[in-house]
Design a protein around this ligand. Structure first.
Ligand code: UDP
Length: 308
C-alpha cells in the first residue's frame, strides 16, 4: 500500500463518493471533500474530513482548494447521473459533467497534480451484441449521460498525452449496496435506481413499482445489468490509486462482477430477502436503456489486483 496520501474526492458527500472517503480513511489516507451539495448530504460526510462547498467547474473554488492543500491525487465523482433526466435535459449533463470536468482537469494541470481517477460508466458502451463487454468494445452511448462521460474520458486522455498527468478511468456498471459498518448509504431523492425503488417498496415508502420493458431479447424479457457493491467499487479506486503511485501507466478499466441479473431476478431477490410480495406493474421501455450491460472485469482483476 502507498504511504499516506492526500486525495481530493469530488462528490464526496454523494453516494459513491462518501463510501470512497471512508475507504480512503480505512486505508490510512487523507481525503478532502469538494461537493456542491446539489445531491450530496451532510449526513454522509465522514467526521474530521475537510469539506469545501462548491462546483468542480468553479475556478474560484478550485484555486482556493489547491492553494490550501497539496494533493497527491484527485478522485472525481461529482456528476449528474440520472439517465432519463439526461434524455430530457441533455445540456445539464454536458455542462455539469463534461464542461465542469474539463475545468477541473485544467485546474489540476495548473496545480501540478499528476494523478487522476475518474468515475466513468458502462453507459459509454450503449447497446452491445457481445455477452461480456470489454474495454475495447466500441463506445456508442445511447443517452446524453453516457455521451457526457465519454467526452470527459476523451478530454482526460488528450490532456494526459500533452501534460504530466496519469489517470485511471473506471467504468462503473450498476452500483448498489451500502457500507457494512453503516457509515454511509444511498440517500438520493427521488430514487430512480432499481434496487432503491424496490427497497422503498418493501419498506412501505411507496405502493407499487414498474418494470420498464418486458420485451427485450433477454431470457425473461427484462434488462440485464451487472450490479457491483459500492464497497467493492471503492476498493477498486484504492487499488487504482496504489497503481498510479507505483508508476502504473494510464488505463481504462471496467468495474463489475462479470455476472448479470435481470430486473425480474433483482426483484425476486428483494422479495426473497424481505419476505414481501412486491406490487409490480409491467410498463413500456424507458428511453435510453440498453438491453444488457455486463462487464468483462479481467483488466481490473489482472492489472489492479482487485478481488471483489
Ligand atoms: N428499472 C425498472 N424499474 C424501476 C427502475 C429501474 O424496471 O423503477 C430498470 C431499468 O429500466 C433498467 C434497470 O432497472 O433496465 C436498471 O436501472 P437503474 O435505473 O437502476 O440503472 P441504470 O442501468 O439505468 O443505470
Amino acid at each position: 500500500m502507498a504511504d499516506k496520501l492526500k486525495v481530493l474526492v469530488t462528490g464526496g458527500a454523494g453516494y459513491i463518493g462518501s463510501h470512497m472517503v471512508f475507504a480512503l480513511l480505512d486505508a490510512g489516507h487523507q481525503p478532502v471533500i469538494l461537493d456542491d451539495f446539489s445531491t450530496g448530504h451532510d449526513a454522509l460526510i465522514a467526521p474530521n474530513v475537510p469539506v469545501y462547498r462548491g462546483n468542480v467547474g468553479d475556478s474560484d473554488v478550485t484555486d482556493k482548494l489547491f492553494a490550501e492543500h497539496s494533493f497527491d491525487a484527485v478522485m472525481h465523482f461529482a456528476a449528474s447521473i440520472i439517465v432519463p433526466e439526461s434524455v430530457s435535459n441533455p445540456l445539464k449533463y454536458y455542462l455539469n459533467n463534461t464542461v465542469s470536468t474539463a475545468r477541473l482537469i485544467r485546474a489540476c494541470v495548473d496545480a501540478g497534480i499528476d494523478k487522476f481517477v475518474f468515475s466513468s460508466t458502462a453507459a459509454v458502451y450503449g447497446n452491445q451484441d457481445a455477452g461480456l463487454i470489454a474495454e475495447d468494445a466500441p463506445c456508442q452511448p445511447e443517452n446524453p449521460y453516457g455521451a457526457s462521460k465519454l467526452m470527459s474520458e476523451q478530454i482526460l486522455r488528450d490532456v494526459a498525452k500533452a501534460h504530466d498527468l496519469s489517470y485511471v478511468i473506471l467504468r462503473y456498471f450498476n452500483v448498489a449496496g451500502a457500507d457494512a459498518a453503516g457509515r454511509a448509504g444511498q440517500l438520493s431523492k427521488p430514487a430512480t435506481h432499481l434496487i432503491k425503488i424496490a427497497v422503498e417498496l418493501v419498506t412501505g415508502q411507496r405502493d407499487s413499482m414498474q418494470v420498464f420493458g418486458t420485451d427485450y431479447s433477454t431470457l425473461d424479457g427484462t434488462c440485464i445489468r451487472d450490479y457491483i457493491h459500492v464497497s467493492d467499487l471503492s476498493a477498486a479506486h484504492v487499488a487504482a490509486l496504489d497503481y498510479l503511485v507505483a508508476g502504473g501507466a494510464s488505463l481504462t478499466a471496467n468495474c463489475g462482477y462479470g455476472r448479470g441479473a435481470s430486473v425480474r431476478e433483482v426483484l425476486a431477490s428483494v422479495a426473497n430477502v424481505s419476505g414481501s410480495k412486491l406490487a409490480i406493474e409491467n410498463a413500456p421501455r424507458r428511453d435510453g436503456d440498453a438491453a444488457s450491460l455486463v462487464a468483462d472485469s479481467s483488466l481490473l482483476r489482472d492489472r489492479l489486483g482487485w478481488q471483489p
